[in-house]
Design a protein around this ligand. Sequence first.
Ligand code: IPD
Ligand code: CA
Ligand code: CA
Ligand code: CA
Length: 287
Amino acid sequence: MEDWSHCLDVAVQIALRAGQVVQSAVKQEKQVSSKSTPTDLVTETDHQVEELIISTLREKYPTHRFIGEESSAAGVKCELTDDPTWIIDPIDGTCNFVHSFPMVAVSIGFAVRKEKISAPQLELGVIYHCFDGTLYTARKGHGAFCNGVRLQVSKEKDVSKALILTEIGAKRDPATLDIFLGNMKKLLSAPTHGVRIIGSSTLALCHIASGAAEAYYQYGLHCWDIAAAAVIIREAGGHVMDTTGGPLDLMSRRVVAAGTREIADCVVKQLQPINYGRDDTDPDDLA
Ligand code: IPD
Ligand code: CA
Ligand code: CA
Ligand code: CA
C-alpha cells in the first residue's frame, strides 16, 4: 500500500500559504460576482487561491489529477478516476469572506482509486480556518488532529441532547426552501438541543470531528466541501454517509455526518430529500 504521508505534508504547507492569501485579502476591497444564482458568490481571491494550490501541487505531482471548485465552474470536468486526485475548495465560505464573517476555510482533500469510492479511497484531508488559524489534518489510518492535538467525535447517542449543524446552499426557490425549513423544523422538534448554520460546510464538518456538535446534514454541497472533511471525521471516530443512511457518494451533493451511528440514524429518518443533481454530471448531458 502506498504511503501518502508526503502528500499530507505538502498539502499542509500549501493550505497555510493559501490561508495567508485569504487573510490579507479579507482586509482589501473585494471584487464580487455571482455564478449559478445571485447568492452563489465568487471573488478574485477564490480564483487566485485555487490557481496557487493547483499549480503548486501540479509542479510536485505532475501525474495527479485535480478537481477544484472554480476550475469546475469554468468547465473543467469534475471527474474521479483511478488516478490520484486532489479535491480543492480554495475558499469555503465565500459569502462569509465577502462579509468578513469569521468562518472561512481552505480545504484540500486527496482521493485514490475510484472503485472504492466511499470510505477507503479518501486518503487525506487538510482544512485551514483562515480567521483563527486552526489547522485540521487527517490521513487515513493515522488519526485526525487540530493544531496537532488528536480529535475525537462526540460519543452522544441521544438525539435529544444533540446539537445539529446544517447549511443552505445557493438554491433558494420556494419549493427548495420549504423542504429545507421542513427538515430543520423536524430536527428542532425531534427534539434536539438546536440547529446551527455557520456558512461554511467544511468548518461545520470539522466541528463534528472535534465533538463540538453531534451531527451535520446538507443537500446541495459539492465534492470539494466533503472530501477533506470526510477523512477528518472518520479518523476522529465519526460516521459520514449518504442522507439515506447508505455509503457516502462524494459526487451526490448530499451528506449526513455524525459522531455516533445512533444520532446519524435519527437524522436520516427525519430528512426529506432535495434533489441537486450530481457533481460529475457532464453539463452537456443536461442540454
Ligand atoms: C458553500 C458554503 C456554504 C454551503 C454551500 C457551499 P462556498 O461553499 O460551504 O456554507 O451552504 O453549499 O457550496 O461556495 O463558499 O465554497
Ligand atoms: Ca462557491
Ligand atoms: Ca465550499
Ligand atoms: Ca469555495
